[in-house]
Ligand binder design. Sequence first.
Ligand code: PMP
Length: 388
Amino acid sequence: MFDALTRQPDDPLLALIGLYRKDERPGKVDLGVGVYRDETGHTPIFRAVKEAEKRLHETQDSKAYVGPEGDLVFVDRLWTLVGGDTINRSHLAGVQTPGGSGALRLAADLIRQMGGKRIWIGLPSWMNHASIFKAAGLETAGYPFFDVPSQTVLFDTMMSALQGASAGDAVLLHAGCHNPTGGVISEAQWLEIAAVVAERGLLPLVDLAYQGFGRGLEEDVVGLRHLIGIVPETLIAVSCSKSFGLYRERTGAIFAVTTSSSSADTVRSNLAGLARTSYSMPPDHGAAIVRTILSDADLARDWKEELETMRLRISGIRQSLAEGLRDRWQALGAIAAQEGMFSLLPLAEADVMRLRNEHGIYMPGSGRINIAGLKTAEVGDVIDKLKN
Ligand code: PMP
């Protein structure tokens, strides 16, 4: 029966990691990875995470099942970080998920369960967005979100797409640190988006995967908080992979902002039911770590400080790259004001291959670069090679 299957294409980013590993040239640079790296090229474990793990090791006395909703103290503390006190918590349904990907899938399953058929996605977007939504049975509709040569967000195009959407359609929005473009939506633009989403009766699904990597922990959720203040119902998929460096621990949550406590209760029971038939319950360890950190003022302070050093490192490299590249490509001056780990360079596939083959600079064919893949000392050299 397995004969009925056809081989699926390899994940291009994983294939790129394999090629990079095999390259024996000493000056090779990996701009393809999707994880934060420090000045030594390492993806560190946060100090606060290590300390929380120590405490858990000492105090945890059972591995009995937790339940499909996961750790509800984690869910509550995480919401404080995301939503602050913008809404009445009795109107909120939150469930722990296996990472941001698990949250997006549960959101898509929920949309299907309530009869939703279509989700709008600004392009380009993180590759897995469309795959996850399609796998859940949603139709995806794309609109151009970003112009690579001019490095600008196509806000008017986005607004016309939203104005043309039908009531009941879902709309994917990146909370910030857009993957793969780094393109920024201003506060005023968030207000415009919220107005049209509310007016057209659309359901926003906000993907929050990089809180703290853009302008700051609070600043990165300003737009999202405006949105939930204006639109009656919103889904928010949160990933703790980057913000807490917990990638492989699969830690995240899906939140639904609803209009009443009974609606929240119904949504919660549906999310729990969907989790139960998919993976039963989320893995505990990462959520226990985040709960421990967010429940202890000293650990939380230390975590915020370390996150801030990461943010500043990325922002510093952005400034140097923009400075070095703007005399050759004026548009790339925009890299300085973009946010998060990624930017999308206006390179043809042949340029990407030349950089890889001649200089050992690795990035996917799309030209997406992970700014955190660069060490400060390498920036000048990489700029020279990009220009030639
Ligand atoms: N959303 C975006 C935009 C992402 O870039 C990622 C991870 N790269 C995710 C969601 C999911 O993250 P995870 O499942 O690893 O928590």
